[in-house]
Design a protein around this ligand. Structure first.
Ligand code: HPA
Length: 247
């Protein structure tokens, strides 16, 4: 059975070295996922790939059907999810193109469908979310990054914002006061939904830009694209180093 799913974010709509076996179009009680599940072989392991924003990158962060995506992955039988995500670096150490493996989240999103537990409940359920990311998967990524000798952050607090606009400088100041070191638009409710369905979940974040007010001047989309192309190449190497170490 396929153990691992990879959710690709902005800049990672395909996995180059994935030997594709089949494409699975799924329907869920929550609607359609962002695209077909791509089943394939990577480094001798079966993996499933899903492009979070759709194959052509047409679904903005606040319109992603997170419930359908995570439900579909659970339904296909995976137990672990590595979520790749583009982020802005708030902490000065998090420079564009670098990777970070966050260990905490603060959720600033609103009005997203953020739970499976809303109707037909036999009882009210509260998941434990003290540690939002799975430590075994985080270690897998950290060990692979260490093995590759790349510069990366082994921890960090992911501030999940609503998007699709980028933040104001004052909003980033507030996130920093709250303890966030990086900011992105897709970390929640994805991580919580994975926990609700008892999937192990970790995030591999790629710094696309310095967050608002942290660099000089405005954030350039061209720079973001350039940084992401480079960062996602590192992610591909990281995954190809990490995956052979899966049990
Ligand atoms: N803010 C929020 N999400 C992001 C950013 C950012 O600066 N960069 C990439 N995704």
């Amino acid at each position: 059975m396929t153990e691992l799913a990879i959710i690709g974010g902005t800049g990672l709509t395909t996995l180059k070295n994935l030997e594709i076996k089949k494409r699975e179009v799924m329907r869920t009680p929550y609607g359609e996922p962002s695209g077909p599940l791509i089943h394939g072989h990577l480094c001798d392991k079966d993996v499933v790939f899903l492009a979070r924003h759709g194959h052509g990158h047409t679904i903005p962060p606040h319109m992603v059907n997170f419930r359908a995506n995570i439900w579909a992955l659970k339904e296909t039988g995976v137990r672990s999810v590595i979520a790749v995500a583009a982020v802005g670096g708030i902490h000065a150490d998090l420079r564009p193109t670098m990777l970070a493996i966050p260990d905490q989240i603060i959720d600033y999103t609103w009005s997203r469908k953020h739970t499976y537990f809303e109707s037909n409940l036999s009882e009210v359920t509260h998941i434990d979310f003290t540690r939002p990311y799975n430590e075994r998967l985080r270690c897998l990524l950290i060990d692979a990054a260490t093995q590759l000798g790349i510069e990366f952050a082994a921890s960090g607090t992911y501030g999940a914002t609503q998007g699709p606009r980028l933040e104001t400088a004052a909003e980033i100041d507030r996130l920093e006061r709250d303890g966030c070191t990086l900011v992105g638009m897709t970390g929640m409710p994805e991580a919580a939904l994975a926990r609700e369905l008892q999937l192990d979940y970790a995030c591999c974040a790629v710094v696309a830009n310095q967050a608002a007010g942290r660099g000089s001047g405005e954030i350039s989309l061209t720079d973001i694209d350039t940084n992401l192309s480079q960062g996602m190449e590192t992610v591909r190497h990281l995954l190809e180093t990490a995956i052979p170490n899966l049990p």
